[in-house]
Design a protein around this ligand. Structure first.
Ligand code: ADP
Length: 218
């Protein structure tokens, strides 16, 4: 085990980031910081942030940079992340967010940024079958013969389709990924911290590729 890993996982929606990040966070015993999960929790709790974010999320848009940067800065300052490390999932998503993160992490830089690469055609197929536990975020794949109600094996929560996994919202998110998030690949390439990992294949094989990269870089 490598203590204190600080990682960013980039990649298209539906590339399997969430599942791999949960697994990496258990493997390296560091918190999994998912901005999507933080926003979904705010929506469930009907906080001011949640009420504002819900409409944007359901349409597949992006929540404002200032709000997201504030949220992540506060989260990275908590004891678990500031002493142990973390896996950032879903942040940064714009160049503005990446530049702010460079400042926030100036004293404790990110070890490696991984672009989990899965082509658009494949992620479209995966997202339509994606089901997620509302409580712990564990991902499942629908087969057409699924239990109803569907109960999460990990925590007993309800497994459902996300409100923003409709075809229109998914296409919006993928377009935004190409225009707003893919420039980050160049940002991190220039900093020398980017590694592209092939995200196609059995999840166990993808996980092995990810840990090989992390261990090779530290
Ligand atoms: P996915 O990767 O499947 O699109 P996430 O769970 O990472 O989904 O995020 C869900 C939604 O939350 C996004 O579509 C977006 O509306 C919002 N969101 C999450 N992270 C950010 C971020 N860093 N900046 C702006 N909006 C975000």
């Amino acid at each position: 085990m490598i203590p204190g890993a600080r990682l960013i996982i980039l990649g298209r929606q539906g590339a399997g980031k969430g599942t791999q990040c949960v697994r990496l966070s258990r493997h390296y015993v560091v918190p999994h910081i998912s901005t999507g999960d933080m926003l979904r929790a705010a929506v469930r709790e009907r906080t001011e942030l949640g009420l504002m974010a819900k409409e944007i999320m359901d349409a597949g848009g992006l929540v404002g940079d200032d709000i997201m940067i504030g949220l992540v800065e506060e989260r990275l300052g908590r004891p678990d992340a500031s002493t142990r490390g973390y896996i950032l999932d879903g942040f940064p998503r714009t160049v503005t967010q990446a530049e702010a993160l460079d400042e926030i992490t100036a004293d404790r830089p990110i070890h490696v940024v991984i672009d989990l690469d899965v082509p658009r055609e494949i992620v479209l197929e995966r997202i339509s079958a994606r089901r997620v536990c509302r409580d712990c975020g564990t991902n499942y794949t629908a087969s057409g013969h699924d239990p109803s109600p569907w109960i999460c094996d990990v925590c007993g929560g309800d497994v459902t389709q996300r409100d923003d996994d409709t075809p229109d919202a998914v296409n919006n998110r993928l377009d935004l990924y190409e225009s707003q998030t893919s420039p980050l690949i160049e940002h991190y390439q220039l900093k020398g911290s980017l590694v592209v990992v092939n995200g196609v294949g059995h999840p166990d094989h993808v996980f092995k590729r990810l840990t090989d990269v992390v261990e090779g870089r530290r």
